[in-house]
Structure formats: C-alpha cells, structure tokens
Design a protein around this ligand. Structure first.
Ligand code: G
Ligand code: G
Ligand code: MN
Ligand code: NA
Length: 250
C-alpha cells in the first residue's frame, strides 16, 4: 500500500515519463506509428514499469488523473514530432467510465492542433466485457472525434468474436503470446494466420505485437499482416529519440 501513497505524490509532482514503441508497415518497412508506454520515475526506486502500478492506479481511481495526463502529454509530444506518425494510446477499462474522457481527448487534440486521424486509442477486450452497450456507444463517440480505435491484446480475453461484431475496429493487435511461439507451434501459427484473414475480411488492419526475430517478421509479412511491433523493430524509444527522423537516429 506504500506504492499507493507514492502514486498520489507521483501524480501531484509529475514523476511520469512516456516512451514510444515504433510500429512498422510490413510492406514498405517504414514506421507508421508509435505506441505510448508510461514509465514512473520513482525518486527512490528508480524507473518502475506499468505492470507494477497500473493495477493499483485502476483500483484507487488514480488512473483517471494519470490517464488524462498521458493523453494530453502523448498528443502534445506527437504533435511536435518531425514525422507525422500515428500516436497509439492505451486506455484502461476504468478510464472508459470517466464521463470526461471525450472532453479530455477533444481538448487535447484541439490544443495540439493534431490531425485526429493520427490518434489511435487502444482498448482491450476486458474493457468491453463489463457494460458493453455503454462502452460501444463510447467507442462510437470517440470515432466521431475522428480518432482510430484498435483492439489490443486480441485473443487473450473472452468471446472476442462478439466484440468484432459489436464495433468496427480500425485495427486488431495480435497478442505477443501468439507471435512469440508462432514459429515453434502449429497451433499459434494457425491462430495468427486466421486472425489476419478474419481482420482482412472485416476490413480491419492488423498489428502483430512482440516481434523479436527476423524469422517472425518475414513470416508475418508473407502472411499478409499489415504492421509489426516488437524488439526486432525497436525497443520503446525515449521521447527525444522518438521525435527525430529515422535517418538521424543511428
Ligand atoms: O510498458 P510495458 O511495456 O511494460 O507495458 C506493460 C503493460 O502496461 C502493457 O500491457 C500496456 O498495455 C500497459 N500500459 C503501458 N502504458 C500504459 C498507459 O499509458 N496506460 C495504460 N492504461 N496502460 C499502459
Ligand atoms: O500490453 P501491451 O501490449 O500494450 O504492452 C506492450 C508491452 O510489451 C510493453 O511492456 C513493451 O515493453 C513490451 N514489449 C514490446 N515489444 C516486445 C517484444 O518484442 N518482446 C517482449 N517480450 N516484450 C515486448
Ligand atoms: Mn497496447
Ligand atoms: Na498489447
């Protein structure tokens, strides 16, 4: 519970930073977007990964102010990048219950003067599970703002196919757990291949997560996956690195 107290202080004092993991188009090899990942720069413990504090932030409601900061900060930073890559932002299911969410996003987009099509919201299946009608309505309101909506960690929640029918996502993110074992296991390969085909049939894009090897990258490209993200392409980049064009980065 110490971490909870620290988390309140951290939000008040702004101890968070954002890093950005590139996503590459498998056809052209060019970076098309970057996923925002939050880091806590704890004054004593050093850098803490979200796996250690997002749960606490959700349980305490602190994810609301933290999430609002992430939205504003990520959009502001992305607006200043040299290249107009998409900016993907993870949304906690708890944030979807925040009545201010649409306003926060609208204002952030207006203030940064960013093309809303550059903003992509990542939601997980669990976000749709609880109160799916309200949440589907929220997704439509977000879509009306002009932002894109991605379904994150696809295949790891419940009754995924029903969600695909409930809302026309722009993109499906194929979870790392399938990608990492894809080349060793025929069942994972079958799942990835069929998610790619399903997404295409539904008019949705696909991003494979957790791509760590050239072999995985090549396999995904051959099987028509649109984008890839993972250590093989790039680790998450510090903000100032994310801002620079690829050519000046090495
Ligand atoms: O950053 P890392 O690679 O450790 O991410 C671990 C998990 O934390 C991921 O599943 C990701 O969805 C989640 N996460 C990272 N950044 C954010 C964020 O800004 N908001 C929310 N809600 N979750 C995040
Ligand atoms: O839950 P979500 O997929 O949004 O978060 C991505 C998480 O996966 C982050 O913690 C990120 O650092 C991590 N990650 C990104 N690329 C790779 C990868 O290629 N391999 C592994 N093992 N983890 C990755
Ligand atoms: Mn994500
Ligand atoms: Na994910």
């Amino acid at each position: 519970r110490n971490l909870e107290l620290d988390l309140r202080t951290a939000i008040a004092e702004g101890q968070f930073t954002l890093v950005y993991q590139p996503q590459v188009c498998l056809k052209t090899g060019e970076w098309t977007g970057k996923e925002t990942l939050v880091r806590w720069e704890h004054p004593v413990r050093g850098r803490i990964l979200p796996g250690e504090f997002i749960d606490i932030a959700e349980d305490t409601g602190l994810i609301i102010p933290l999430g609002e900061w992430i939205i504003r900060q990520a959009i502001e930073e992305a607006a200043s990048w040299d290249e107009p890559h998409r900016i993907a932002i993870n949304l906690s299911p708890v944030q979807m219950c925040n009545p201010n969410l649409v306003t926060v996003l609208t204002n952030a987009i207006a203030e940064a003067q960013i093309d809303p099509q550059r903003v992509e919201i990542e939601i997980t299946e669990s976000a749709l599970m609880h109160d799916s009608e309200t949440n589907v309505e929220l997704l439509h309101r977000l879509r009306d703002l002009g932002v894109r909506i991605a379904l994150d960690d696809f295949g790891t929640g419940y009754s995924s196919l029903n969600y695909l029918r409930a809302f026309p996502f722009d993109k499906i993110k194929i979870d790392r757990c399938f990608v990492s074992e894809m080349l060793e296991r025929a069942d994972c390969r079958a799942i990835v291949r069929n998610v790619i085909m399903l997404a295409r049939a539904l008019g949705m894009e696909t991003t494979a997560e957790g791509v760590e090897t050239k072999e995985q990258y090549d396999w995904l490209r051959r099987h028509g996956c649109l984008e890839a993200q993972g250590y093989y392409i790039s680790r998450p980049l510090e903000s100032e690195m994310a801002a620079r064009p690829a050519a000046s980065r090495e």
